[in-house]
Design a protein around this ligand. Structure first.
Ligand SMILES: *Cc1c(COP(=O)(O)O)cnc(C)c1O
Length: 228
C-alpha cells in the first residue's frame, strides 16, 4: 500500500471513530482531500486508493491538475479565497465552491456558470472566530446573504463553511464549530429550507468538528503529508 493509501485509511478510521463517539452514522461525514501544493501524481495516487473529491485553493494550479487528470472521474472543490477576476475559471471548472462570503462573488459565479452544467454547489464561508484577517461573513450577516444567494440561477446553496482560529484547546474548537452549526440551523428555520452541508474540520480538529455536526471535513496534511 502507498503511504497516501495508508493515510487515507487512517483518516477514514478517525472519521469513523469520531462518528461513533458522536452517535452519528459514518456515512454522514464526507471526506474532502485537500491537495493544494501537491502534484497531479499524488492526487492520482489518492484517486486510485478510492478518493474522489479534492479541494484546491489556487485556481491556476487546480485547473492544471484537473486537466492532467481528466481521465479520472474526480469532483473538484474550490476552498481558497476568491477574487472577482478569478470567478469565471472557478464557475467553469469546479463542482463546488466553499469560500463565498459576499453577494458580488455569488452573482458573478451565477452569471458565469456555463449553461448545461449542473448547478455550482455552494457554501457560504462564515468567520466564526471574529479574526479580522479571516475571510467569511459575520455570523449575523449569513441569513441575509443566504437568502439572496438562494435566488440566483446556476447555483445551489448547500450550507456553510468555516476555518476556525488554530488552537489545540478542544473546547475552543468546539465552540467555534458549534457557532457554525447554530448559524446553519438559524438559516434553515428562518428561510424554511434544508441546507445540508457543514464544511468544517481539518487534519488537527476533525474530531471536534464531527462532534459538532460536520458533514464534510477538509483534510490535507493527514493525507498528503506536511506542505512546504
Ligand atoms: C489547507 C486547507 C485545509 C487543509 O488543512 P490541513 O490542516 O492540511 O488538513 C482545509 N481547508 C482549507 C480552507 C484549507 O485552506
Amino acid at each position: 500500500m502507498t503511504s497516501i493509501a495508508a493515510n487515507l485509511q487512517a483518516v477514514h478510521a478517525r472519521i469513523a471513530a469520531a462518528c461513533v463517539a458522536a452517535g452519528r452514522a459514518a456515512e454522514s461525514v464526507q471526506l474532502l482531500a485537500v491537495s493544494k501544493t501537491w502534484t497531479a501524481a499524488r492526487v492520482r495516487e489518492a484517486a486510485v486508493a478510492g478518493q474522489r473529491a479534492f479541494g484546491e485553493n489556487y485556481v491556476q494550479e487546480a485547473c492544471d491538475k484537473a486537466a492532467e487528470l481528466k481521465d479520472l472521474d474526480l469532483e473538484w472543490h474550490f476552498i481558497g479565497p476568491l477574487q472577482g477576476n478569478k470567478t469565471r475559471r472557478v464557475a467553469e471548472n469546479f463542482a463546488w465552491v466553499h469560500s463565498v462570503d459576499r453577494l458580488k462573488i455569488a452573482e458573478r459565479l451565477a452569471a458565469q456558470r456555463p449553461p448545461g452544467n449542473l448547478p455550482l454547489q455552494l457554501c457560504l464561508q462564515v468567520n466564526v472566530s471574529d479574526e479580522a484577517s479571516k475571510g467569511g461573513c459575520a455570523p449575523q450577516q449569513a441569513l441575509d446573504l443566504a437568502a439572496a444567494i438562494s435566488e440566483l440561477p446556476g447555483l445551489r446553496l448547500r450550507g456553510l463553511m468555516a476555518i476556525p482560529e488554530p488552537t489545540t484547546d478542544v473546547l475552543r474548537q468546539r465552540s467555534q464549530f458549534a457557532l457554525l452549526r447554530r448559524t446553519l440551523e438559524w438559516i434553515n428555520a428562518e428561510l424554511d429550507c434544508e441546507l445540508d452541508t457543514l464544511s468544517m474540520g481539518m487534519s488537527e480538529d476533525l474530531e471536534a468538528a464531527i462532534m459538532e455536526g460536520a458533514t464534510m471535513v477538509r483534510i490535507g496534511t493527514a493525507i498528503f503529508g506536511k506542505r512546504n
